[in-house]
Design a protein around this ligand. Sequence first.
Ligand code: NOJ
Length: 803
Amino acid sequence: MRYGYFDDDNKEYVIERPDIPASWINYLGVKNLCTVISHNAGGYTFYKSPEHHRITRFRQNAVPLDRPGHYIYLRDDETGEYWTISWQPVGKDLAKAKYICRHGLSYSKFQCNYRKIEAEQLLFIPVNDDVELWDIKIKNKSKKNRKLSIFTYLEFSFHHIEIDNQNLQMSLYASGSSFDNGIIECDFFYEPWTYHFFASNFDPDSYDCVRDDFLGNYRTETNPIAVENGNCSDSSRLGGNQCASLHKKLILKPGEETRLIFMLGVGSRNEKGRDVKKKYSDLKNVDKAFEELKQYWERKLSVLQVKTPHRGFNTMINIWTLYQAEICVIWSRFASFIEVGGRVGLGFRDTSQDIMGVVHSNPEKTKQRIIQLLRGHTSSGYGLHLFDPYIFEQNKNGLLDVKLPTVVPQKKSSDIIHGIEDVCSDDALWLVVSICEWIVENGDLDFFNYVVPYVDGGEGTIYEHLTKILDFSAKYVGKNGVCQGLRADWNDCLNLGGGESAMVSFMHHWALNVFVDSAKKLGEDGDVKKYSQVAAKVKEACERELWDGGWYIRGFTKKGIKIGTKESEEGRIFLNSQSWAVYSEVASNERAVKCMDNVDKFLFSQYGLHIALPAYSKPDDDIGYITRVYKGIKENGSIFCHPNPWAVIAECKLGRGNRAMKFYDAILPYNQNDLIEVREAEPYSYCQFVVGKDHKDYGKAKHSWLTGTAGWFYTAATKYILGIRPTYDGLIIDPCIPSDWEEFEVQRKWRGATYNIRVKNPRGVEKGVKCISLNGADVHGPVPIQPESSVNEVEVILGKANS
Ligand code: NOJ
């Protein structure tokens, strides 16, 4: 069953049936202001932080789904009938009303055709203004004059999630609303610097600022009394729950179209509100802002564009997977419909990984994230698992300067430092590779010398920070010489405190190799030697202790019991220890082939690779929380999506392009576009997990958008399947593709030059480069870095070298 389709020309996903069993969401905003919005216009807005500065309210995990939202009601003033431009909240009969939602890059467009009135609601946030614009078009398609009313509706939130959700005693009576000069203002009396406003480009006929007056007693957004009556009651109040409804009566002649603009912003009516109203009352400024937003994304996407024989691969890599990865970096991982701002900040491991996927398309934001993460790095080498980087800016931007009306002690940055007992042993290792990749991509070797303070005192260059991370992992090894698991490794639910983690040792080896490349480039010969020796030692310990005959074990519990061995009744084989043994280049070729064959044999399914099987059924605190999640769910035997691209990379390392594509395809959301009765979640977004085969919801995808899967699949597809990898010495082109791909093209911009790469595969191989030419001349090895602004033609023929 399908609910929509990919419109590649417009870079949109078009939802034709809005009665989807799940919320299909999108993200508006690319800088400070963000709205998370569903295909039915439900969702919420926040400014910078979903915890500290919320603007509109959302009732998460509630019924009806996705309420409230940013709605437009239309009313036929002759019959009294009303509906919304998004299907919900009024929910007209789908046999009579036609609804479409187009989710685009940082905008969503809702379209409705009912009773011969065509209406459109475009929502977006300009790149350079902290205001959400609602651009509304209404057209009379009938043959007679139509008398209509239009009403907006949104519900304001109290500014801080805690006092919006839990502690209403002060906020409910200390913030209010008013209407003046055509602008609704929601003020926070207890916090005099915070105001939100809602304005339009016309003089309204009536308004409501008070939620309960707009909705009416015992009513909901489905049947608001104001819309039913055809008029708001001009309500405003000091205290209570505030909303923004502006009402306008319209008379449209046959064929006539009108356009109305609404603006939701941060700031007071008389300062920001007035200016914004003036600016965006001019439709030219709205059009310009929308065009700028399109250009913003166009520039990002144009850094890497592909044309392969695989349509879904093209659509996802050229548009959606990069977009999803960017969203994870811009908004971090805590603003969705699953996490709505109660947890905020940066997960050390999550953000470190997210950076890797978009170093080429977002050098500025990724650089900022790197520095923020290093502020949460300790002088002993570990990273703070989860912290809010704004704590380092307190008293400067007012964000953490917020004084809640009840007494909550102010946090100091030193309060956030946790000890070794809460360290996740993988956290900081990711950052070593992210930083090296950022530098390789952007060519700024001097960034290694940039000095950043340690969170617990002192400071060091970025290069020194990296050595501390590598030294930490070398120090914290268990009795088998494998890295300690500490609180957890990448797998939050595998709690190997006191035990050892194979994955972290493999990661250590990987990070050491990447670091050694950089040290060589910097001429740090002492460190090249030192860290190469550490890498050799790590490899030796892994090969000695972790090989189990058919695959690598996942680690040791604190009691010394092996996890993921052929003797285990449950959790017998884990995906990450195989993919990482190969990706990290620890595994010998023979073991690599064997363990990845067993991944295919034991973990593969039509929806992707399971994280581990058989799933655990008996709680075992020696192994951890993984054993206390139902079978087939999350880390316990689901098709956890994030590790899937690592297996694709491993297969590419082994030169098995057909197998790599089999793994890529099984979990590709695009491929499930017509299978939504099973998948349920968005087909344009990777999810955190797909329910595994041991659960009756097998195949359902859960937690869309905020997952490291997007960045890693982007990396797997572009750097390993297509094989295009920047290095200090030039651009490596080493594809690993399905044997039936006859050719593909990539346009890659790198350090100011453009490379038009055409790859031909006349012999139907999966891997192997016969020859490369750059602008007609033969190249041996990586394609050398070309001058800025140059456009270069690169021809690659696959096959055996010199065949
Ligand atoms: C989700 C967490 O955000 C991430 O940090 C972790 O690696 C995965 N779950 C796996 O446990």
